[in-house]
Design a protein. Structure first.
Length: 166
């Protein structure tokens, strides 16, 4: 009986060690998974910057048919995605298809910035459409808004919003 009692005690101790070590690994794995999820969430967070923080300037051509933007503080920016949105008068075709008097239009694009460059200026963005060298400008545009998605050289992503009245 003493031998079997000693064996029982040893088995219980071994079993407790196995359960304890297994529980530690389960806890450590779940803790590591949480850390990875937290890190991924913080990497995917888009922060907001003011237009002044990057020296953003929106300008319209003298005839108000084109827009461009300039970023004066572009030295730590490596990429830009932009979306320019505005309301314009519906065309006759759009009205015949049931559109309201005003329709929303947009222009999207992107640019890679040479690291260390001080200033970035977009090309003129036409408020309208161009096909086969024929440009049809939109009418009734009174303001434009722009959303920039800025990727800095440290890979952090920021959003900048601005608006220009015409």
């Amino acid at each position: 009986m003493f031998k079997s009692r000693r064996v029982q005690i040893i088995l219980v101790i071994v079993l407790l060690i196995i359960v304890g070590v297994g529980g530690y690994f389960v806890f450590a794995a779940s803790s590591n998974t949480q850390q990875i999820q937290d890190q991924t969430a913080s990497e995917n967070t888009v922060h907001t910057l003011s237009p002044g923080a990057i020296g953003l300037k929106l300008e319209a051509s003298s005839d108000h048919k084109k827009i461009r933007f300039t970023i004066a503080k572009a030295s730590d920016i490596k990429a830009i995605e932009y979306e320019l949105m505005y309301d314009a008068n519906s065309t006759a075709q759009e009205k015949s298809e049931g559109a309201t008097a005003k329709v929303q239009r947009g222009i999207t694009g992107q640019a890679n910035i040479t690291p260390g460059s001080g200033t970035y200026q977009s090309s003129w963005l036409i408020l309208g459409s161009q096909s086969a060298n024929v440009v049809r400008y939109d009418t009734g545009v009174t303001s434009v808004s722009i959303t920039l998605k800025i990727t800095k050289t440290n890979n952090k992503v920021y959003q900048v919003l601005d608006k220009l009245s015409l």
